[in-house]
Ligand binder design. Structure first.
Ligand SMILES: CC(C)(COP(=O)(O)OP(=O)(O)OC[C@H]1O[C@@H](n2cnc3c(N)ncnc32)[C@H](O)[C@@H]1OP(=O)(O)O)[C@@H](O)C(=O)NCCC(=O)NCCS
Length: 220
């Protein structure tokens, strides 16, 4: 494809962007998770981590993984506008991924959250962190949300959102819920945790990540 066509097709951030300030979250297990913004060059490794989940039916990991895979690849290949991706890293290993997209400065869309480490609230913290980034760092007024899995609905949506009837979410036209600025303020004390700055040694340890085996995935 010629350079000219690529310049027509490529999209990236077209509203003000600021990097998510990394934070440290204490998990119930006593482990410490660093949540930071992913770098575009890390995408091939993120795709490698997501790939084994594409066929995991348990808890709808398959549909969430497939869509997340496409979105992260879209960001890498400049086919997604205003998308950010956060990673959670525990002891140098990837524990969770979440992403959102801004339609414009005011309206953000909640895309996906996936826990690679289970039973540690890693996913709940990743969901909270991306809404924190949209609201507090990037200045969104509202975030449109949907759920693909009952566990996602129970652990994430029902804790955070109110319904927005009559609006189709960009994820397949599914039902939409919304996190307004007022809801965010109300929910924040119960859901958004973490401390800053992250100590240097932990930040360094989390600058890259390994892909841990998915020992919770049921064997066929
Ligand atoms: C939704 C999600 C992000 C929540 O992540 P989380 O907060 O870290 O929670 P976990 O995934 O560890 O789920 C813990 C729950 O699952 C159960 N569970 C299932 N398998 C488990 C395992 N191997 N280890 C521990 N808990 C497990 C626990 O009993 C616990 O149940 P509870 O809600 O009654 O306490 C995560 O479950 C996930 O990635 N699901 C698939 C993708 C998805 O649905 N994303 C959201 C789209 S709306």
């Amino acid at each position: 494809m010629s350079e000219d066509v690529e310049s027509i097709l490529a999209v990236d951030w077209d509203i003000p962007w600021k990097e998510y300030p990394p934070k440290l979250v204490l998990l119930p297990s006593g482990e410490r998770m660093v949540i930071r913004e992913a770098r575009r060059e890390e995408v091939p490794k993120l795709l490698q981590a997501i790939r084994p989940l594409l066929t995991v039916e348990k808890d709808f990991y398959d549909i969430v993984a497939a869509r997340l895979y496409g979105e992260v690849l879209g960001w890498y290949r400049h086919r997604a506008r205003n998308e950010f991706v956060l990673v959670g890293i525990v002891d140098g290993k990837l524990a969770g991924i979440s992403n959102n997209r801004a339609v414009d400065q005011k309206t953000h869309v909640s895309l996906h959250t996936i826990a690679l480490k289970r039973g540690a609230r890693a996913g709940a913290h990743m969901f909270a962190a991306k809404q924190e980034n949209s609201m507090e760092n990037l200045g969104a007024e509202e975030i449109l949300v949907t759920a693909e899995s009952p566990i996602g609905f129970r652990r994430l949506i029902s804790q955070w959102c109110e319904p927005r009837p009559g609006v189709q979410h960009e994820l397949g036209g599914a039902k939409t819920w919304v996190i307004t600025r007022d809801i965010y303020k109300k929910v924040k004390p119960q859901q958004v945790f973490g401390s800053r700055p992250v100590p240097d040694d932990l930040l360094k340890r989390s600058a890259t990540f390994e892909i841990a085996p998915l020992d919770w995935v049921p064997r066929k």
